[in-house]
Design a binder for this molecule. Structure first.
Ligand code: ADP
Length: 406
């Protein structure tokens, strides 16, 4: 036996953040990246630049590694099936991954498993949409079953006129009732091929314009019963679909319980808090799981952990505000992805932790938004009390000019 090599398809920030975990575990780590300057390609030695939609490229990459895993869900399922047929270890396997790739197949499978789904329908004609609107009313949500991310491919339908237009571009759409949720939740599980599982605490998430902006661990005020029900549901899915690696389950919390939104079978934005707030980060766990190593503890290290995304704004230079944030609050953890700034683009995130939730939230929000160059005052969710806390340095006085001599 020897230490294995992992091959990640996709060179984005998730592959980049898997790299330090691979280094610590002592396993070789290779990446098939889209471009030579992709986030992971900047920091990883073993990089192949190639097209993940081309089977010959995938096959050649697979020959050089022991286990294939993913940075994203966009590899064509038929190519993954062919890799498995050729004897390559693909984790998660295509039979599981398809439920993260295709939202209609996922909805059908959740119904079969008796898990809580919003009301939904497959839409191939305007009359399908009319029948669905008659059942759930307007507005409802319409989604492309495949290829969506960060809210791209999700529309609120207020008039049926919009449906016919979209159907001309995408012949099969997924309609869902517009859930009147109290908040969004997410939970992550790691599962290995031998069937060992580990579930992290359920988190509250907040999306801004369809893009994840914040995660709070554990979800404030979540009852023990609801947390248990959610944990059981994610374990049911992981087992029934034979998931390997880490998986995120995103949910809508409702007054009566929760409804499943969707799955990701890879490290996920709602799990970034685990880098600094859990005994085992989602990145380390993903590697342990896909290598069939014993899993690490998913226990939280801190009472409260908060992750806030740094979303690109007008400022292209992040370095000056980044210096300020480090000086202002030396206990926040800044994670940057080496990406160019574009409005709304995820370029990094900040993790903060502690025992006072409002203070931790305010610190993380201030740090993330300050780096992006966004004026956070007033913050859409920041109550008065925390807004003033954010304006006060926590425990260090910033030097007059943190940029000098750095
Ligand atoms: P993506 O795959 O692009 O992340 P999602 O299906 O997660 O898309 O939808 C993005 C966001 O849109 C969700 O986080 C939620 O805020 C909102 N949304 C999606 N589906 C529904 C729904 N059925 N009811 C209400 N809001 C929804």
């Amino acid at each position: 036996m020897t230490f294995p090599t992992i091959g990640v398809i996709g060179g984005g920030q998730l592959a980049r953040m898997l790299a330090p975990a691979a280094e610590a575990l002592g396993v070789r780590f290779a990446v098939l990246a889209e471009t030579a300057d992709a986030p992971a390609a900047q920091v990883i030695h073993d990089v192949v630049v190639g097209d993940y939609t081309d089977f010959a490229t995938l096959k050649a990459f697979a020959e050089t590694v022991d286990v294939i895993t993913f940075d994203h869900e966009h590899v064509p399922p038929e190519h993954l099936e062919a890799l498995v047929a050729a004897g390559h270890a693909v984790r998660p396997g295509p039979q599981a991954l398809i439920f993260a790739q295709d939202k209609i197949l996922m909805r059908r499978r959740m119904d079969e498993l008796g898990l809580p789904n919003p009301r939904w329908a497959e839409i191939t004609s305007v009359s399908d949409a009319e029948a669905f609107a008659a059942e759930v009313g307007l507005p409802f949500i319409l989604k492309t079953p495949r290829g969506g991310y960060d809210g791209k491919g999700v529309r609120v339908i207020s008039s049926l006129d919009e449906v016919g237009e979209w159907l001309r571009e995408v012949p099969v759409l997924l309609a869902e009732e517009k859930v009147d949720f109290t908040r969004e939740l997410a939970v992550m599980v790691g599962r290995s091929p031998m069937g060992q599982t580990a579930v992290w605490p359920v988190v509250e998430t907040w999306q801004q314009d369809g893009v994840c902006k914040e995660a709070i661990a554990p979800a404030p005020g979540l009852s023990g019963d609801k947390a248990k029900e959610i944990t059981e549901a994610v374990l049911t899915v992981a087992g029934a679909l034979d998931v390997t690696g880490v998986m995120a389950m995103e949910m809508f919390e409702t007054p009566d319980g929760f409804l499943i939104n969707e799955f990701a079978m890879r490290p996920h934005n709602t799990g970034h808090w685990t880098q600094d707030g859990s005994v085992t980060s989602q990145f380390e766990q993903h590697l342990r799981a896909v290598l069939d190593l014993p899993l690490g503890s998913p226990e939280a290290r801190e009472d409260v952990s908060v992750m806030v995304n740094i979303l690109g704004a007008e400022h292209e230079d992040l370095y000056q505000p980044y210096l300020h944030v480090m000086a202002h609050d030396p206990a926040v953890k800044v994670h940057l992805y080496g990406k160019g700034v574009r409005p709304g683009r995820k370029v990094g995130h900040v993790n903060a932790y502690g025992d006072d939730r409002e203070l931790v939230l305010a610190r993380a929000r201030h740090a993330a938004d300050f780096i992006a160059g966004v004026d956070t005052d007033p913050h859409p969710r920041m109550p008065e009390a925390t807004a003033s806390a954010a304006a006060t340095p926590t425990n260090l006085t910033a030097p007059n000019n943190p940029g000098e001599g750095a």
